[in-house]
Design a protein around this ligand. Structure first.
Ligand SMILES: C[S@@+](CC[C@H](N)C(=O)[O-])C[C@H]1O[C@@H](n2cnc3c(N)ncnc32)[C@H](O)[C@@H]1O
Length: 583
């Protein structure tokens, strides 16, 4: 009775809203952006905007993305019914429909907006919308298929699967998840395949992905060191550099911090910092490093020699060394052949992972592949047919729980529990191929989850969680801020926010999640050994922030950075030891 009364009341309320009161103030949804929007950042990160690309922002609001891209030198324009109604609607290689469809309450108009944007699209349409996990309980009243907000705007909150389904059904095209709430629709099969293959390659170069990640996080500490070495051509002592203490705390030693700088910036600017007699081939290698670098980069990424026309620098390489092959011989002699065999093996795995995952979107035929991927298939596998056969075997294995479980147990990276294998994102590209495809399947649902720190790969059910620990490097026991869970059997994605919890789950034994060469790993391990000796890690309640604080308090201990100290007087418990380089 009460319920049917309530239903009537809310129906009446909706009608009242629909016909009498609702004046949806869509123009108010546009914000003043100080930085590029998330979908535009994603497009740049995915390399979809090339120097000669054009960009059109359909529903550009106040034009923040257009301005930002113009400042970066791109040919960018936009139109908006409220903020830029007089601008022409223009065709462009990349068209962005960013957070527009979620503000339109009329279903037909919503469909019309995406169709118009698609008509203008040359290469790729980017569609971004608010996701249901963004909903704030107090956000507004139910209205049509969304909410009428307190500021008089409309917001439709999609689930990831709903957004994908709506885009695909409205355009009659198959979209690709780029990130949570962001999808791409490609005009040509080739462009889509190139992106998917690039994703499979990304981060799989040993160390560099991690090094760059960490470099970015510690830039303010590392840049003064780089500047000092640039000027003095030798490493500073701790007394020479104001940031030395922080660097040693973070990286273990100044040498380890410098090794990270060299890895990220490349060896060329620093060759004279490392002294010692050189062989003739080394001298030739170093003298020609500028010419060789593009070839080294190509070989590192593709695991094979470039074919004619693939590398713009080929003519200068040939004029210096006679042939690309001869240049490669020199590189191999100086740097050791093992690393190139390893890069070839990695490139083969990258291609298999890409090809296995391409099955979800309808695998292309050999003729549909862009030429560089055709060369990959031939040079790395002998034939595309052979590559497909191997990729199918891999995909078949991912569907078998016992194969996933075996791969989790066999993995040399990550923390294994009875429930799952936990791996830091910097180590995912070094996992067994089966687990890379397992993670890739989850990403076909979620898109790339930029801020994820750790992947939890479940062993007993097909499920991958992306765990967000923003303070992973700095905090000795970082708190969980959020989790995004992809359920592969149900095809669903869900989100859980832990940020406002008073007692969030925290991590211990951080070294177990990261690969061996992760900067700071030794420091994490030293702390764990101190904590073990103090008997702190045996206690059942330490899994959450409050329990951990209590355990520390009861033992009369505290943390200073990644060191366990006595709470009174903060004396270091550690026996002094030589800090070792982890790089
Ligand atoms: C949340 S804002 C997003 C603006 C911009 N894309 C950004 O990300 O900053 C939504 C914009 O969609 C525009 N809009 C509303 N209805 C539209 C329609 N039918 N077609 C295109 N844009 C529309 C609004 O004027 C508003 O500026």
């Amino acid at each position: 009775m009460l319920r049917s009364g309530y239903d009537k009341l809310s129906q009446w309320h909706e009608t009242w809203h629909n016909w009498v009161v609702v004046q949806v103030a869509r123009y108010r949804t546009a914000m003043t952006r100080t930085f590029l929007s998330r979908p535009v950042q994603q497009v740049l990160a995915d390399g979809l905007l090339e120097a000669n690309s054009t960009f059109f922002d359909y529903g550009c609001g106040k034009g923040g993305d257009v301005r930002g891209l113009r400042q970066l030198g791109y040919d960018a324009d936009g139109w908006d019914p409220a903020h830029a109604p007089d601008q022409p609607k223009r065709e462009a290689s990349v068209v962005n429909l960013g957070y527009v469809v979620n503000v339109i309450e009329e279903l037909e108009e919503r469909r019309d907006a995406i169709r118009q944007a698609w008509r203008l699209t040359g290469d790729v349409l980017v569609v971004a919308a608010r996701l249901d996990w963004d909903v704030d309980g107090s956000a507004g009243r139910p209205f049509k298929d969304g909410l009428f907000t307190k500021t008089g705007t409309f917001q439709k909150y999609f689930s990831q699967e709903e957004l994908r389904g709506w885009i695909d059904a409205t355009l009659g095209q198959r979209s690709v998840a780029a990130a949570p709430g962001i999808f791409y629709v490609f005009r040509s099969e080739g462009a889509e395949q190139r992106l998917l293959a690039r994703h499979a390659r990304a981060g799989s170069r040993p160390r560099l992905g991690i090094a760059e990640l960490v470099y970015r996080q510690h830039r303010t500490q590392l840049e003064p060191l780089a500047e000092w070495v640039r000027q003095h051509r030798t490493l500073p002592t701790p007394a020479d550099l104001p940031t030395a203490e922080g660097l040693i705390d973070t990286f273990g030693s100044i040498r380890a911090a410098f090794a990270l700088i060299r890895r990220v910036t490349g060896p060329a600017p620093w060759t004279d910092v490392i002294l010692g007699a050189k062989r003739l081939s080394e001298a030739k290698f170093e003298a020609n490093l500028v010419v060789l670098q593009p070839l080294i980069d190509f070989l590192t990424e593709r695991g094979r020699l470039p074919r004619d026309g693939e590398l713009a620098e080929t003519p200068s390489i040939v004029s210096n060394f006679g042939s690309v092959r001869a240049a490669f011989s020199l590189i191999r002699r100086v740097t050791g052949s093992d690393r190139w065999t390893e890069f070839e093996a990695r490139a083969r795995t990258d291609f298999l992972v890409y090809l296995a995952l391409s099955a979800f979107a309808g695998r292309p035929t050999f003729g549909e592949l862009p030429s560089d991927l055709q060369y990959d298939a031939r040079d790395l596998f002998g034939s595309f047919k052979e590559a497909c056969a191997q990729a199918d075997r891999l995909l078949f294995a991912v569907g078998k729980p016992e194969a996933v479980d075996l791969a989790c147990r066999a993995s040399l990276i990550g923390k294994l529990t009875s429930e799952a294998l936990y791996v830091h994102v910097g180590g995912v590209s070094r996992l067994p191929a089966v687990l890379r495809v397992y993670a890739g399947c989850a990403e076909t649902l979620t898109g790339s989850v930029d801020n994820a720190t750790i992947l939890k790969m479940h062993r007993e059910k097909p499920q991958v969680s992306f765990l967000v620990y923003p303070e992973f490097d700095k905090d000795p026991h970082p708190s969980l801020e959020a989790s995004i869970v992809a359920r592969l059997r149900e095809f669903t994605v869900s989100y859980k926010d832990f940020s406002s919890r008073d007692n969030p789950p925290i991590l211990h034994r951080k070294e177990t999640f990261v690969p061996d060469d992760y900067p700071g790993r030794d420091k994490f391990a030293r702390l764990t050994s101190q904590e073990e000796k103090a008997g702190l890690l045996d206690q059942p309640t330490i899994g959450t922030r409050v329990g951990w604080k209590e355990a520390l308090g009861q033992a009369g201990l505290a943390l200073r950075g990644h060191r366990l100290v006595r709470a009174s007087g903060l004396n270091d418990l550690r026996v002094p030891e030589t800090r070792s380089s982890s790089l």
